[in-house]
Design a protein around this ligand. Structure first.
Ligand code: FAD
Length: 460
């Protein structure tokens, strides 16, 4: 593909203005990586301020055939926004307006560069609720959430980002501006291009506006923390709750390694015999929330729960969440490298998944603290090692491959929310098989026959 030369820089400058384009080495460095720790430098970074500017940039890229990588906050875990073939990084930081909140329709039209929590705060002012809540919501963009089909702890009750997308405004690789979907809940006209583009990790089109569905804000939320002697008791509590038709907003799980780390590094008052924890949140009408919290407690006690703490107010709830929030920083202090997997298994297979992960850790001599969104069967399997340790990287790769084979064999998926990007591309075939991959490649070709948009992603 063509390198960015002076002629291209001049044309780009005339589109976005001198203040919104940079080739300064520090800026290139800043836009070379995401949370996956696999950096590649772009040749130029541009910050368009309108859909029309995005369209002009893509027309130029189409004509001159240079690569373009869309970027939100760069908080992805799989290298989606990393410009693996150099070229141009297109940020959405100036596409940051909430165009319209339609209270009568329960919808919002938002530009991709709006930070997720800022969108939630704006709609909350009107008594409305946008539920998807990736843990990165304080810095990730709504465009990045849409392009990655992001989820979060509330997915158990409320679902994930794609379930809120009604329509998109997009710019295709040749610069064509197009609207997909509509402002309505129902729309069955043609193929569902909004859904296709939404999870495409910036490989099919650049999203310049999103129509999202909203719901009324729940009246109250309550949080309960449960400690268990073994992860199997915690996992059984999750499936028993589902069987009892109790649908909390959130069910987060932590295994024995996680609790051991917390006990040693964060809170030594954690009971010695607690080897697994659940944090459960229920929201809605106060009467129903009370009933659900009682049911959670009963089901947990039936599974040998050794300690129950119910938060009386928001401060106490925050305290209960500390257990979960302290995990990632603690893990990061102990090992310098994390292979961060986000497998999903059917909920009934959660106990088997923990058992399998323990076996993998022993077989490959790795530390694998595991926590996650148990309500969705979505487990964050953190394969940890230190780079200086000979052969640890190869062992981690083999462990990940075996984990993915296991997950697919029990009817699960290799990624529940982080996407494929660069990191998981080598494993795609385990889940999809070659025929499905060929079909996906044909779809990519139909959108982007010159292969200029986010090249090198998803497919090896
Ligand atoms: C601490 C931490 C916690 C996290 N927790 C969660 C979690 O709970 N759930 C979860 O799902 N993820 C989580 N993530 C991963 C990450 O935050 C999400 O994937 C998020 O959606 C990325 O948003 P972003 O704005 O950073 O996008 P980026 O990383 O910048 O981009 C992600 C992908 O989207 C594409 N893209 C971005 N904007 C556009 C656009 N306008 N048009 C087309 N393509 C675009 C990029 O090319 C790239 O492929 C977490 C990450 C961190 C660091």
């Amino acid at each position: 593909m063509r390198k960015i030369d002076k002629e291209i820089i001049k044309a780009l400058t005339s589109i976005v203005g001198r203040n919104n384009i940079t080739t300064h080495p520090a800026d290139l460095e800043l836009h070379s990586y995401d949370a996956s720790n696999n950096p590649h430098l772009p040749e130029v970074v541009v910050h368009p301020g309108s859909t029309e500017e995005v369209s002009e940039i893509m027309k130029l890229a189409w004509e001159k055939e240079f690569p373009v990588t869309p970027r939100g906050a760069g908080a992805g875990f799989t290298g989606g926004s990393v410009p693996v073939e150099g070229g141009l990084v297109l940020t959405t930081r100036r596409l940051n307006k909430i165009r319209e909140i339609a209270v009568d329709d329960l919808t919002v039209i938002v530009e991709p560069g709006v930070i997720t929590s800022a969108l939630q705060a704006e709609v909350a002012k009107k008594g409305l609720f946008y539920p998807p809540d990736p843990a990165s919501k304080e810095f990730s963009t709504i465009g990045g959430n849409v392009a990655e089909s992001a989820g979060g702890p509330r997915a158990f009750k409320y679902g994930v980002t794609p379930q809120y997308i009604l329509g998109l405004e997009v710019v295709l690789p040749d610069g064509t501006i197009m609207n997909t979907g509509s402002r309505t809940i129902k729309n069955v006209v043609g193929y569902n291009l909004s859904a296709l583009i939404a999870g495409s990790e910036g490989t099919l089109a650049i999203i310049t506006a999103i129509i999202l569905r909203l719901i009324p804000k729940p009246e109250m939320t309550r949080t309960i923390q449960l400690l268990f002697p073994d992860v199997s008791n915690a996992a059984k509590t999750v499936s028993d709750l589902v069987a009892a038709k109790v649908i909390p907003t959130t069910i987060e799980i932590m295994d024995d390694i996680c609790l051991g780390l917390i006990r040693e590094h964060v809170d030594d008052s954690l009971p010695e015999d607690s080897n697994a924890a659940l944090i459960v949140e229920c929201d809605g009408d106060p009467y129903m929330v009370g009933k659900d919290i009682d049911a959670v407690r009963r089901v947990a006690e039936g599974n040998d729960c050794i300690k129950v703490r119910i938060a009386k107010n928001a401060d106490e709830a925050e305290e209960l969440w500390t257990l979960r929030r302290s995990l990632s920083p603690t893990i990061a202090k102990l090992w310098d490298t994390k292979v961060n997997e986000d497998i999903v298994v059917p909920r009934s297979k959660i106990p088997a998944a923990f058992e399998y992960i323990n076996k993998l850790a022993a077989k490959w001599r790795l530390n694998i603290p595991t926590f996650g969104h148990a309500g969705d069967g979505n487990l964050h399997v953190n394969i940890m090692y230190n780079r200086a340790e000979t052969g640890a990287g190869d062992r981690a790769h083999e462990a990940a491959k075996e984990l993915f084979e296991f997950v697919v064999s029990v009817g699960g998926s290799i990624s529940g929310e982080h996407g494929i990007g660069l990191s998981k591309a080598p494993f795609l075939e385990i889940e999809l098989g070659s025929e499905q991959i060929e079909l996906l490649k044909r779809i990519k070709h139909a959108f982007d026959p010159k292969g200029i948009l986010n090249p090198g992603k998803i497919f090896k």
